[in-house]
Design a protein around this ligand. Structure first.
Ligand code: ADP
Ligand code: ASP
Ligand code: MG
Length: 426
């Protein structure tokens, strides 16, 4: 008998019928003798609907006070889900109880809309499990020191589930979603993408951080820090399939490099259209300039991703960086009102129509020419590269958003990731 955490995403919880199917699957695992903790997301579309309502009521700039209320509103989606799932389990004859984040409690810091989990108290949950109940805990939400409700950022239920699994030392955390595992790239963009049987933790971390939203990055960080065995699998298989077969399906995130079966140089392609690029033109090229620009951005609590400083001409240089697209307007205002006057830059430009495409693979550590092959592939497609950034196991380029799918497909093909017989056999 083991303690297992299941997480079900929005589509998996998308209708009463699907919720009943989730309940049947969970009951199957409980009847097989496992102690079950389940972390569901809000029903699909619900978080968008709630945040849409908030935007209708307050279309202006969201300040700190408003962020608190956004979390208050968005967190309700998960509260409905846990209640419905516990009800469906009870209807299956399976004792079950649901808890919100504040009831557990899942304690977080106070960074509304992107809070970090600090601790999880498992006393109550353990008592219920000992009584033979399935415990259903909200994803996505927690409570801060002042008792305000917080949320963990979009896709945050993955992180809730892994954090619960870590806190309770669960034997495994199974992330059930609407695809049957982690693919070489998003199978909705490239139908030829192949499912990976395993992916190393390091690669998964890069894929998630570079835009593959199949797992929220913080969930992967948690899994790495606490060595939580993590698997991504489909919630759309029939609920009554053989449990051992189900337990082996999907994609396992591994912590040992040599466990990886196929040593491909590039394991996956990630992409992200959530960024915007800024260039501060003609800044005096002198010590401290990067700090003057990026320090001001950091002070405004805006995260910077890619940074490029050009060679200088006549004592002046251009300085480019990217931020999350949600921070586009705030960054614009900041550059205009603060950075340009303080640095004596000539002007600045902003471009929200960019995207970042990345190749990821542990094999890149030991192979040369991988980045060059990426650049050649893009040039053959006539795609101009605006920025480049590399690390040991990834290379990312910033390009015009309109070429994103073309770039992803071309790279997928040129790095030999297309399935031999297209996706049909998957
Ligand atoms: P959930 O609601 O279950 O959390 P998400 O929509 O957050 O589901 O994540 C699953 C989606 O992630 C898939 O439907 C797929 O389109 C997308 N995705 C992006 N990159 C990948 C990838 N490399 N492998 C699998 N799915 C991916
Ligand atoms: N419901 C939240 C969202 O849509 C959290 C999640 O689904 O993981 O982002
Ligand atoms: Mg998700």
């Amino acid at each position: 008998m083991a303690l297992i955490v299941h997480k079900y995403g929005g589509t998996s919880m998308g209708s009463p019928e699907r919720i009943r199917s989730v309940a049947k699957r969970v009951a199957k695992w409980a009847r097989a003798g496992h102690q079950m903790v389940v972390v569901p997301s809000a029903m699909s579309g619900e978080t968008n609907r709630l945040l849409g309502l908030a935007k209708e009521v307050q279309p202006g700039v969201i300040d700190a006070a408003a962020m608190r209320e956004l979390d208050m509103i968005a967190a309700t989606g998960e509260q409905v889900s846990v209640g419905l799932l516990a009800l469906a389990l009870q209807a299956e004859g399976m004792p079950a109880v649901s808890y919100t984040g504040w009831q557990v409690p899942v304690k977080t810091d106070s960074s509304y809309t992107k809070a970090r989990i600090e601790s999880i108290d498992d006393v109550r949950v353990r008592a219920d499990l000992a009584e033979g109940k399935v415990v259903v805990i909200t994803g996505f939400q927690g409570i801060d020191e002042d008792g305000s409700i917080t949320t963990l950022g979009r896709g945050g239920s993955d992180t809730s589930a892994v954090a619960v699994a870590a806190a309770m030392k669960a034997a495994e955390c199974l992330i059930y979603t609407d695809v049957d595992g982690v693919y070489t790239t998003d199978p909705r963009v490239v139908p030829e993408a192949q499912r990976l049987h395993t992916i190393s933790f390091e690669e998964m971390l890069e894929m998630a951080s570079l835009g593959s939203k199949v797992l929220q990055i913080r969930s992967v960080e948690f899994a790495g820090k606490y060595r939580v065995p993590l698997r991504v699998l489909s919630s759309f298989t029939p609920w009554d399939i053989n449990i051992d077969e189900e337990a082996r399906s999907g994609t396992l995130i591994t912590f040992e490099e040599d466990e990886k079966m196929e040593q491909a140089v590039v394991s996956g392609i990630a992409f992200n259209r959530d960024e915007a690029k800024f260039t501060v033109v003609g800044v005096p090229d002198k010590p401290g300039i990067a700090y003057q620009i990026l320090g001001a951005v950091a002070e405004a609590n805006i995260d910077v991703d890619v940074i490029v400083q050009n060679v200088s001409h006549d004592g002046r240089t251009d300085f480019s960086f990217t931020v999350h697209r949600n921070d586009y307007q705030r960054t614009m205002d900041l550059l205009k009102n603060k950075v340009v006057p303080a640095t004596g830059a000539m002007q600045f430009t902003g471009d929200a129509k960019i995207c970042k495409v990345s190749i990821v693979g542990i094999g890149m550590k030991s192979h040369v020419g991988v980045a060059a092959k990426m650049f050649r592939t893009l040039s053959e497609e006539g795609i101009n590269i605006q920025m480049i950034t590399t690390s040991e196991i990834k290379t990312s380029v910033v390009i015009d958003e309109k070429y994103m799918e073309l770039a992803v497909r071309a790279l997928h093909r040129s790095f030999g990731l297309d399935a031999p017989e297209a996706a049909a056999s998957n």
